[in-house]
Write a protein that binds this ligand. Structure first.
Ligand SMILES: *Cc1c(COP(=O)(O)O)cnc(C)c1O
Length: 385
């Protein structure tokens, strides 16, 4: 099955449910057992307790496992819950963890606060290190984290090289694959053990629910699933249903985000108010060759840097946009634009751009309307310089 067929068919069993196309939403805590024998034998029953999963949740697990080519999946109530589930599943007191410097900030914050509290040693590495990661591996390195492209600055990592070094060093590798959405990037086929998504973004796709997914290979799934279960990481059935519904159209949405994002990136590149565009799909981007090798497309999220200017110019630009909203998260149908501060959240590498960094999400609106909106904003920026 090709990806778009997986997205349309996996996790659906209509004739187990009166022929109805979509799976039912099971609201459940208690699950009853018909006899003492059944109660005592519950480990062999598929549905035992709401928190452990219902057919609604099994449907999303099945679809995500197929999409990312894994052995099994667990579903968490947010992307960050999936991050913390993986960070705690594959570490213990005394272990050492490698995390790319460009990782999503709340991932970093959890590592620096909670993991540190349990005596896990956290080390940040240059996301562009590639096979050089081997030099940072220690006998107690239990987990190598990846995120590609990185949050805010969009560095593309050499995923197979890093995954191989992790495996050789006896560590588990986990990638935050939210940007590639399991559609434009297949990390497990590149040697990574676990692929994580903030399904809040493109899987849900409509800015109306929060979910996290973790798809693991056969070697790591049992450990991950047991930890997930022990931690009580259950997602609500209505949100899981919205994840399933979003998944059905994710391919067409992502292809539209890809095309519009590239068009916008090239346009921003041509504007004199923009000093740098951080989009791996652009030929002169430092990550372009790796992106081309490992990815089959680009999502709608990327970064750019403005020519230095006062805060009033930035406000003039942002406060009067028609279609771009200002707010956190991304991956919905709508466009977003926010300022970012890469220098504030890195320790292993430097961020020296003098101008304001921005993060843009190109949504599903007409691209000409979006470009006109950005052009008017950049004109206001230029007039206020
Ligand atoms: C948004 C995001 C997360 C966290 O997802 P939530 O559902 O908001 O908790 C994790 N990783 C990346 C790369 C993200 O962009």
């Amino acid at each position: 099955m090709h990806d778009d067929t997986i997205l349309a068919h996996k996790g659906r069993h209509p004739f187990a449910n009166h022929g109805i196309v979509n799976p039912p939403v099971y609201h459940a805590s208690t699950v009853l057992f018909p006899s003492l024998d059944a109660l005592e034998d519950r480990k062999h029953q598929e549905v035992v307790y709401g928190r452990q999963g219902t057919p609604t949740i099994f449907a999303l697990r099945e679809a995500m496992t197929a999409l990312e080519g894994g052995h099994g999946a667990v579903i968490c109530p947010s992307g960050l819950a999936a991050v913390t589930c993986a960070l705690t599943a594959f570490t213990q007191a005394g272990s050492h963890v490698l995390i790319p410097d460009s990782t999503y900030f709340p991932t970093r914050r959890f590592a620096d606060t909670v993991l540190a509290k349990y005596a896990v040693e956290v080390e940040y590495y240059d996301p562009r290190v590639g096979a050089g990661i081997a030099a940072s591996m220690r006998p107690n390195t239990s987990l190598v984290w990846l995120e590609s492209p990185g949050s805010q600055t969009f560095e593309v990592q050499d995923i197979p090289a890093i995954a191989e070094a992790a495996r050789k060093g006896g560590a588990v590798s986990v990638i935050d694959n939210t940007w590639g959405a399991g559609y434009f990037l297949k990390p497990l086929a590149l040697g990574v053990d676990v692929s994580l998504q903030a399904a809040t973004k493109y899987v849900v796709g409509h800015s109306d629910a929060m979910l996290g997914t973790l798809v693991a290979n056969a070697a790591t799934y049992p450990r991950l699933a047991e930890h997930w279960s022990n931690a009580g990481n259950a997602a609500g059935p209505d949100d899981v249903y919205l994840g399933l519904r979003g998944l059905r159209t994710m391919g067409v949405r992502l292809r539209a985000h890809h095309a519009a994002g590239l068009k916008m990136a090239a346009h921003l590149h041509s504007r004199p108010e923009v000093t740098r565009v951080m989009h791996p799909g652009l030929r002169d981007d430092p990550g372009h060759a790796l992106w081309k090798r490992d990815f089959t497309g680009a999502s709608g999220l990327f970064g750019f840097v403005l020519k230095p200017g006062p805060r009033a110019a930035l406000a003039a630009m942002l406060d009067h946009l028609r279609f771009f909203g200002m707010g956190y998260s991304w991956g919905g149908f709508e466009s977003l634009l926010i300022p970012t501060d890469p220098a504030a959240i890195r320790t292993a590498t430097r961020w020296d751009e003098p101008g304001q960094a921005m993060r843009i999400h190109v949504g599903l609106e007409d691209i000409d309307d979006l470009i006109a909106d950005i052009d008017a904003g950049l004109d206001r920026y230029a007039s206020a310089l």
